[in-house]
Ligand binder design. Sequence first.
Ligand SMILES: Cc1ncc(COP(=O)(O)O)c(C=O)c1O
Ligand SMILES: N[C@@H](CCOP(=O)(O)O)C(=O)O
Length: 462
Amino acid sequence: MRYISTRGTAPALNFEDTMLTGLARDGGLYVPEEIPTLSADQIAAMSGQSYEDVAFTVMRPFIGDTFTDAEFRELIAAAYATFGHDARAPLVQLAPNHFLLELFHGPTLAFKDFAMQIIGQMFQKALGRKGERVTIVGATSGDTGSAAIEAFRGLDNVDVFILYPHGRVSEVQRRQMTTPTESNVHALAVYGDFDDCQARLKDMFNDFEFRDSVKLAGVNSINWGRVLAQVVYYFSAATSLGAPGREVSFTVPTGNFGDIFAGYIAKRMGLPIKDLVIATNQNDILDRCLKGQGYHKGTVHPSISPSMDIQVSSNFERALFDAYDRDGKAVAQLMNELSQGGFDVSQGAMQALQDTYKSGRASEEETSAMITQALKHTGELLCPHSAVGVKVADEQREEATPMITLATAHPAKFPDAVEAATGVRPDLPPRMADLFDRPERLTRVTNDLEALKAHINKALGA
Ligand SMILES: Cc1ncc(COP(=O)(O)O)c(C=O)c1O
Ligand SMILES: N[C@@H](CCOP(=O)(O)O)C(=O)O
């Protein structure tokens, strides 16, 4: 299995190098040269299997000879042993033919743990074997950062720097990032929004001198391994509802587009997915684009679903690459236009996108009303991101096809919004009960590449 860049000029890599490299050296994102497919029998066999077994079948074709089967099974087992639910990703029914896929039973209470825990295991194994040390820099709107810190804290061969937008993450998210005591963890509060953090991260990757000197690695969904691990729960959920004999649809609360792109990969691998619905909050650039209005940046408005306050949706580049028939030159041109403010999508590519994805948005009021309504009618306490998903799913679902909405975070990560909507303040699990008593450690940094590089170099003693 080889991986190629969405901008067409970086060298093709194997799985291990793709995982450890992060952003391609032409600024693009790595994608598999070909998408492997699973047979109907292989998919049918997943029904009733453990999450770990499904994970092995789904991910194995992508990893080549990076790990032996026995090693890979061990890594998967270690990754999901930390989860607080036997099913790992349980489905609960909200209404006839509408199901919620609870993806918040991992160590940091968000869907990011599904990928970050296995990435942590794979990094450790690969780096240990090579005797190498890397510097992971991540950009987060709240959940990726805490999941990355949890996966890499205290490891000898890794330093982790997380850039988060100062004042724009929930207090629980911030404390998850600022209270770990391990010296290899560095939380950086950037004066800017998530898009600024992600832009500076990509700037660091594009600064080859810095990149090579600190051995920069990335664990955002820039990293193909992140997307790959998220493909698994589409299979586990769909097969538990009758796939491959029955089609299902998914609605995905969307920000950086990694999660829904994983659903697209599942479909390309042979999973019978009817609709893949993008659900955005008031920062609805993806919904507007899917409705034919082009991809044009405006201002990011802070919302009650802060993890989705994103306009430069990194993985949309991967979707565009396929929509433009894998023409890296065309994608590079679009990304160049995006850096100037935005771009229009050609008619053919627009058709391809609309054939693949549907979309909808939820305003702040609609999101809050959905949290209230879901508790009243289903007993389910939704986080605001999941509520965006349920609201859009309710509008888009058809009675004939089961709809699965991804519940991407635990409500206790966003207690203020949940309490305002329901009067119920969700509790953190007992293991995190003292989160608000732990001392915080963070550095405030300006939204400036040189300042960030200087900080990282100093912290590394370089
Ligand atoms: C809780 C939550 N829901 C949804 C999303 C959107 O996921 P993605 O960025 O993969 O589109 C994120 C992060 O982006 C998130 O943290
Ligand atoms: N919502 C995310 C944004 C970053 O997404 P990623 O999938 O690229 O890591 C977050 O919580 O940080």
